[in-house]
Design a protein around this ligand. Structure first.
Ligand SMILES: Nc1ncnc2c1ncn2[C@@H]1O[C@H](COP(=O)(O)OP(=O)(O)O)[C@@H](O)[C@H]1O
Ligand SMILES: O=C(OP(=O)(O)O)[C@H](O)COP(=O)(O)O
Length: 478
C-alpha cells in the first residue's frame, strides 16, 4: 500500500479495525429496526420461523429517522403459517423460479434453483395439498419448444420422490382436467408461463385464468420477484391467501434482515464491470456498512476521478463526478472505503494476454486493469478478518479468464474461511455466485442468493412487486 498511499486516490484509505463515530450512529439507527439482532442465521432452508417478520425493503427504509415507539412493521404471511387443516385437499398455485441453465442437449447444467424450490413444495405435499407448479424458463417470444419445461420433470420427480406430471399448457381445458385428477400430495408442472405474452404484460384476464386453477397462492420465485408479472403479482388479486414460500422468506431474511441489522463490523464487497450498474447498491450499502471494499472494472472510474492514469481500462467518463461524490459520502459517513492499491494489467482483453502487476498509480498507456493485485488481496483479507457480517456482489476481476481470476477466487476463499468461523456471509447473486461455485465453496456460505437482478434491487432498497403483493401476516410493534 505504501507506494500509493500518498496519492489523492487513497486519501480515504484507513485502518478498518477501529470503530468510527458514524458507524456507532449506524448501529444506533440499526437498533431502531424491528429485526432482532439475536436471530440465529444460518438456519436450514427447510423450515423457518414463519412468525419472523418477512420485511419488505420499503418498510425497512421507512424506519429510518423515525422514533422507536408506535412503529409498526408488516410481515408477509408465510406458507409455514398454513397448517394441514388449511392445506389438505386444497389446490395450491406455487410460482417458483425454475429458470435453470440447459445445454444444447437440453440437460440441466445447474439445478440450484430446482433444489431451492423443494422445501416449499415438500411442505405442501406433506400437508396433503395438490400442488400446481408454475415457472418461466428463459425469455421466449411465444411458444418455443427449446424453452419447454419437459427437461425439468425428471429432476423434480427425483428430488421430490414422487412422479411429477406435466401439462402441455398453463391454462385451458386440458390443464383444468389434469388439475381435477390431481391427487392429494400430487404435483402438476404447468408449461412455461412465458409462452403467453400476457404473462409479462401482467394481463389481468390471464392472471384470472391462472388463478382459477387453484384455491390459494404461494410465491417462492425470489429470482423473479422483481417482475410484476401475471404469475408473480397479478394472481394475488384473485387468490387468497397469497403467501411467501420458504425460499422467498430466506432470501428476504438475509438480503433485507441480515443487511439492515447486521452483526458488526459489517463489510460490503462490491465489484463487477461498471459503476453505473452498482450505484444504487453502493449508495444503499454506504448507509449500513462499516467497511466497503471495491473491485472489478468499476475501480478505474474511481481512479480516474482521483487523477490517476488508467490506460485502456474500463472507464465511465460520465460517472467521474459520481465516483468522487461516493468517496466523499463514504468519508462523511465514517465508512472505511478501500480501493485496490495494485492491479493486474493486460495488453489486451483476452485469456492469452501479456499481464503484469502494477501499483494503482502505475497503469501505463496501452494496458488495461483486469484484476486486483496481490497487495490488495492481502489488505482486503485483513479488513475482512475484522468482520462479523459480509455481503458480496460482483467479481473483483475478469474471473472467467484464469489469468485474471485470482482476486475473485481469493475473496471467495476468504469468505469460506470466515463462514466456517461463524461470520455471516451473504453472496448477493449474479456472477459472484458463479465465482464461489467455481472455487467450490458455495456450500459453506451462510446464504447464496438465487436471484441476480432481484437481489440487486433488494440491496438497492427497492420494493419487489412479487413480495409487496403478498398478504400481510402479523403486525409487530417495536
Ligand atoms: N477489470 C475489469 N474489466 C472489465 N470487466 C470486468 C473487470 N472486472 C470484472 N469484470 C467483469 O464484470 C462482469 C460482472 O459484472 P456485473 O454483471 O456487474 O456483476 P454481477 O453479475 O455479479 O452483478 C464479469 O463478467 C467480469 O468479467
Ligand atoms: O434468471 C433470472 O434473473 P437473474 O439472471 O437476474 O438471476 C430470473 O429467472 C428472472 O428472469 P428474467 O430476467 O428473464 O425476468
Amino acid at each position: 500500500m505504501a507506494s500509493v498511499a500518498a496519492s489523492p486516490a487513497f486519501s480515504l484509505l484507513k485502518s478498518t479495525t477501529g470503530a468510527t463515530s458514524s458507524s456507532a450512529a449506524t448501529r444506533a439507527r440499526a437498533s431502531l429496526l424491528p429485526i432482532p439482532s439475536t436471530r440465529p442465521l444460518g438456519f436450514s432452508s427447510a423450515v423457518l420461523d414463519s412468525r419472523f417478520a418477512v420485511h419488505v425493503a420499503s418498510k425497512v427504509q421507512s424506519f429510518r429517522g423515525r422514533g422507536t415507539r408506535g412503529v409498526v412493521s408488516m410481515a408477509k404471511k408465510s406458507v409455514g403459517d398454513l397448517t394441514s387443516a388449511d392445506l389438505k385437499g386444497k389446490k395450491v398455485f406455487v410460482r417458483a423460479d425454475l429458470n435453470v441453465p440447459l445445454d444444447d442437449s437440453q440437460t440441466i447444467t445447474d439445478d440450484t434453483r430446482i433444489r431451492a424450490a423443494i422445501p416449499t413444495i415438500k411442505y405442501l405435499i406433506d400437508n396433503g395439498a395438490k400442488v400446481i407448479l408454475s415457472t418461466h424458463l428463459g425469455r421466449p417470444k411465444g411458444v418455443t419448444p427449446k424453452f419447454s419445461l419437459a427437461p425439468l420433470v425428471p429432476r423434480l420427480s427425483e428430488l421430490l420422490g414422487i412422479e411429477v406430471k406435466k401439462a402441455d399448457d398453463c391454462i385451458g381445458p386440458e390443464v383444468e382436467s389434469l388439475v381435477a385428477s390431481l391427487p392429494e400430495g400430487g404435483v402438476l408442472l404447468l408449461e412455461n408461463v412465458r409462452f403467453y405474452k400476457e404473462e409479462e404484460k401482467n394481463d389481468p384476464e390471464f392472471a384470472k385464468k391462472l388463478a382459477s386453477l387453484a384455491d390459494l397462492y404461494v410465491n417462492d420465485a425470489f429470482g423473479t420477484a422483481h417482475r410484476a408479472h401475471a404469475s408473480t403479482e397479478g394472481v394475488t388479486k384473485f387468490l387468497k391467501p397469497s403467501v411467501a414460500g420458504f425460499l422467498l422468506q430466506k432470501e428476504l431474511d438475509y438480503l433485507v434482515g441480515a443487511v439492515s441489522s447486521p452483526k458488526r463490523p459489517f463489510a460490503a464487497i462490491v465489484g463487477g464491470s461498471k459503476v453505473s450498474s452498482k450505484i444504487g447498491v453502493i449508495e444503499s450499502l454506504l448507509e449500513k456498512c462499516d467497511i466497503l471494499l471495491l473491485g472489478g472494472g468499476m475501480i478505474f472510474t474511481f481512479y480516474k476521478a482521483q487523477g490517476l492514469s488508467v490506460g485502456s481500462s474500463l472507464v465511465e467518463e460520465d460517472k467521474l463526478e459520481l465516483a468522487t461524490s461516493l468517496l466523499a459520502k463514504a468519508k462523511a459517513k465514517g465508512v472505511s472505503l478501500l480501493l485496490p492499491t495494485d492491479v493486474v494489467v493486460a495488453d489486451k482483453f483476452a485469456p492469452d494476454a501479456n499481464s503484469k502487476v502494477v501499483s494503482a498509480s502505475g497503469i501505463e498507456d496501452g494496458w488495461m486493469g483486469l484484476d486486483i493485485g496481490p497487495d490488495s488481496i492481502k489488505t482486503f483479507n485483513e479488513a475482512l478478518d475484522t468482520t462479523q457480517t459480509v455481503i458480496w456482489n460482483g467479481p473483483m476481476g475478469v474471473f472467467e479468464m484464469e489469468k485474471f481470476a485470482a482476486g475473485t477466487e481469493a475473496i471467495a476463499n476468504k469468505l469460506a474461511e470466515l463462514s466456517e468461523k461463524g461470520v455471516t456471509t451473504i453472496i448477493g447473486g449474479g456472477d459472484s455466485v458463479a465465482a464461489v461455485e467455481k472455487v467450490g465453496v458455495a456450500g459453506v456460505m451462510s446464504h447464496i442468493s438465487t436471484g441476480g437482478g432481484a437481489s440487486l434491487e433488494l440491496l438497492e432498497g427497492k420494493v419487489l412487486p412479487g413480495v409487496i403483493a403478498l398478504d400481510e401476516a402479523i403486525a409487530v410493534t417495536v
